[in-house]
Design a protein around this ligand. Sequence first.
Ligand code: GLN
Ligand code: ZN
Length: 732
Amino acid sequence: MPTTPFPDSTILGYPRIGPRRELKRALESYWDGRSGLAELRATGRRLRADTWTDLRRRGLAGPVSNTFSSYDQVLDAALALGAVPARYVRDTPEDTVFAAARGADGLPPLRMTKWFDTNYHYLVPEIGPDTTFRADPGKPVAEVREARELGIETRPVLLGPVTFLLLAEAAPGAPDGFAPLDRLPDVLTAYEELLGALADEGVAWVQLDEPALVADRTPAELAATAAAYERLGGLTRRPALFVASYFGGLGEALPVLADSPVEAIGVDLVRGDVPEALPGLRDKVLVAGVVSGRDVWRTDPVAATALLDRVRGIAGQVAVATSCSLLHVPYDLAVEPDLPAELTGRLAFAAQKVDEVVALAAGTAGSVPAAPTPTRPVEPPPVVSRAPYAVRAAAQAARLGLPELPVTTIGSFPQTAELRTTRADLAAGRVGAAEYDGLIRAEIERVVRLQERLGVDVLVHGEPERNDMVQYFAEHLDGFAVTRHGWVQSYGSRCTRPPILHGDVRRAAPITVGWSTYAQSLTDRPVKGMLTGPVTIVAWSFVRTDLPLPAVVHQVADAIRGEVADLEAAGIGIVQVDEPALRELLPLRGAERAAYLDWAVAAYRQATSGAGDATQIHTHLCYSDADEILTAIDALDADVTSIESARSHGRILGEPAVRDFARGLGPGVYDIHSRRVPSTDEIVAQLRAATTALPTGRVWVNPDCGLKTRAYPEVTAALTNLVAAARTLRAG
Ligand code: GLN
Ligand code: ZN
């Protein structure tokens, strides 16, 4: 095998959306027809060049390529294997990707779901018994060449074959019992071709990402992993192979990789343990992920150096690396002048993490200031239960007087360009507080009147004052900081700016009560108060790691509990506490799940259990695989739960656990991820399925998720059909 040594400092991947979200702008402009493919490609090329030159300037020995993506790296992998379903294939690779990712010509897109336990979303490949695989090394080879033009030799990153197939779902029409992993031999043929093409290109090392190996794997899956790397390792014409694992420890997959012919193995030493000293590791490179790619804290050099010393005794060579791709952290701390100085000293974003990797490899890492000691209670109190559901349901029915199959929405209404400008004007001081207040009130009134006109039963104020469901609360709670440019890609062109929870969390004053009571003052119909739940606030923030997560969540839950109480005292009869991230934090290993769900459910109940019997608590979770945690969702003890269902074609209704669900349930009937307006007939059919699976009295009628990313014409048309469908069913 080629014996180019593995670089002593490297990263597993880098952000790609652009330090100022240049890629987002270029994508949206291309999609809207405001610019052409040439401009989109030029933006990508510029961003890649800037990243590579910056990594070189920072002294990183092992830069990576093929970590850029115009949408998603899993979809890119499907494209490189020639396995994108034929219905999406267009004339250019970009258009194929966009058709599969966003849908086209009436075609729904591929399913999208969370990338392991992160807030990044990938497109789920569809693999069937007849899927053809044809290697297309175009993109990885082009990126290697582009970097070379700058005089930079890179290590291309490919999604590994085992993870690719484990993340895929069986194509529609595949026979029962078929699993994408059955196609491993054929996929490997395509990987062999990709590796051959990269070898021809003179590439010394290739990185194959196998994060699926840090979750529980069956003996058959481990055997498939062994077979895969036996085969790829046995190729005579190939680059050296670096198999990267991340987001946890390799566990039983470690001996499999140690015994395989691959040359380097990447281990996440932030989330996983130091690997066992297996004989198979003695002639391999261990790529030690000691700089966390999942948080924004500086690395403690003493602890990291100790870890590196321990792995040095195990492997032939040790390289210093990030624990995973830096895709999950913002670009650069240097552009954040508003953060308090004492906090800045504790932070590292992608650029700073590269510096840390380089310094650790050189043995020159400096010291890191400690986090302040907590001054607020961190011990969760025992879970208190509300009255039995039957008692609450009766009190709520008497108070609210809702029709059968009540129609509601998930909270947000379209965030128009004017709204975004209004908020930006407030932030920049171009608009005063009083004027801002008036503009938001006017928007709330518009949204309330629209819902009345459409015949919605439980109204919302529309969340016009919120930039984001987590950031908004972070901005109003002590203990959080927000960034100016700290964007992290969520999917495609969408990014979030996770707040930083760095101190003790405290609610100094009511946050949402003014907006909700204003909305309620405009109408006789009930208005739902709208809060983000403690687990979601924590999941979508970068949180302090000096306290255990349950303690951090508890502080947040306490703040939300106060807000629920204030809404209730102000006369709001329904409060929705969203927990869309409940599923996301579910540990990848089964053995750790029960403990997680225990504290997550306890935090939710701490936030909501103070509500009186006649106050209806709603919750909302948006993902199709809610079935896995239905018992926990039930344990949240919310009176009404809305979940995604339309996008996953009502699959959730087939789950036996749904039938056992004891309280109100709103399986979404409008896929808000798409521009498509569902017809009344279509919604009627979905509601019939819901009222077959559940007692009619428990079914709510709502979209899959909030409407903020949609435009008014679509939303108005869709809600008109939602109300018409509910009325059709009520009429029998
Ligand atoms: N209430 C939020 C909204 O409607 C919920 C968003 C979410 O679930 N992601 O926007
Ligand atoms: Zn949602």
